[in-house]
Design a protein around this ligand. Structure first.
Ligand SMILES: NC(=O)C1=CN([C@@H]2O[C@H](COP(=O)(O)OP(=O)(O)OC[C@H]3O[C@@H](n4cnc5c(N)ncnc54)[C@H](OP(=O)(O)O)[C@@H]3O)[C@@H](O)[C@H]2O)C=CC1
Ligand SMILES: O=C(O)C1=N[C@H](C(=O)O)C[C@H](O)C1
Length: 269
């Protein structure tokens, strides 16, 4: 029996689920001990490595989170809001670190996660990459330095399967810009203009979502003033950056007090 923290991957057949399983196999200090999918999924009862078209990994895909979590120290969850909220309670019971990459969470979902965070160690971020978390810090700094002569617009682009907009990353960037300016994002957010919108309101933060093809994830934060423009940009070309960040978070969370943490905590930014 190994002492390495055992990690369960939820949503094992998904784009991120498969990437996580591959990455865990390459990271020293982590081992895959479980793979979850929803009941009725084709992969249930089969070896996850074989389902992914490779060698057997000795991990059978299960639809029983309680049983699977009993042998785990962490669960990495890039699924859907309802599944993530349900897992929060199970992870708390299992005293396992719950790493959440799922986006599109409602205020109600977030309130439920906050409750779970009283008893469980949760690490949640709309983007687990080092580059984006640095971009968030830069955005806060630039917004702090500039006044409202600079209009802030956030433009994100993702693949055509993505179901939520604006992206979790765009919202993180918007929050950082609002914090830098000392305003409440809810009061200044202007999402996806269409039709006779009237002139742009000074101080607003605009959000725009592009969806197409296989774009992994691109984010621009534009500060546009009369006569000049600053654009901060992150381009993801490989989902492995998110998976590596999530595994890092699962390992970092071992032994941490219950509470809600994010990638800034993990990366020490
Ligand atoms: N924070 C970050 O760094 C990143 C976040 N994301 C976010 O991660 C999420 C997933 O993205 P992606 O992998 O592209 O999406 P996919 O649709 O490819 O994968 C989601 C997976 O979760 C599964 N799932 C849904 N409900 C359950 C459940 N109750 N139990 C077990 N599995 C379940 C789905 O199964 P089924 O197909 O049967 O529904 C599917 O396999 C999104 O919210 C996305 O925005 C993505 C990349 C980076
Ligand atoms: O759905 C995706 O693919 C991604 N989702 C995250 C988001 O909503 O920001 C992170 C990344 O951009 C990929």
């Amino acid at each position: 029996m190994s002492d390495l923290p055992g990690i369960v991957v939820m949503g094992a057949s998904g784009r991120m689920g498969q990437m996580l399983i591959r990455e865990i196999g390459t990271i020293k200090g982590a081992r895959l001990v479980g793979a979850l999918e929803r009941s009725g999924h084709d992969w249930i009862g089969k070896d996850v490595g074989v389902c992914m078209g490779g060698q057997a990994l000795g991990v059978t895909v299960s639809d029983d989170p309680l049983e699977t979590m009993a042998k785990a120290q962490a669960v990495i969850d890039f699924t859907a809001p309802a599944a993530t909220v349900a897992m929060a309670e199970i992870a708390a019971q299992a005293r396992a670190v719950h790493v959440i990459g799922t986006t599109g969470l409602s205020d109600d979902d977030l309130a439920k996660l906050a409750l779970a965070g009283r008893h469980a160690t949760i690490v949640r971020a709309g983007n687990m990459s080092l580059g984006v978390n640095l971009l968030v810090q830069l955005t806060r700094k630039v917004a702090e330095a500039l006044d409202e002569d600079f209009d802030i617009e956030i433009v994100e682009a993702h693949h055509h399967h993505k179901v939520d907009a604006p992206s979790g990353t765009a919202l993180m960037l918007g929050e950082a810009a609002a914090e830098g300016r000392g305003v409440d994002l809810e009061e200044v957010s202007d999402r996806g203009r269409d039709g006779m919108t009237g002139a742009r309101k000074r101080g607003d933060i605009g959000f725009h979502a592009v969806r197409g093809g296989d774009i992994v994830g691109e984010h621009d934060v534009m500060f546009a003033a009369p006569g000049e423009r600053i654009v901060l940009r992150h381009v993801a070309t490989d989902r492995a950056i998110f998976a590596r960040g999530a595994v890092k978070a699962a390992l970092w969370g071992q032994g941490k007090k219950p509470g809600e943490y994010d990638m800034m905590d993990v990366l020490g930014l």
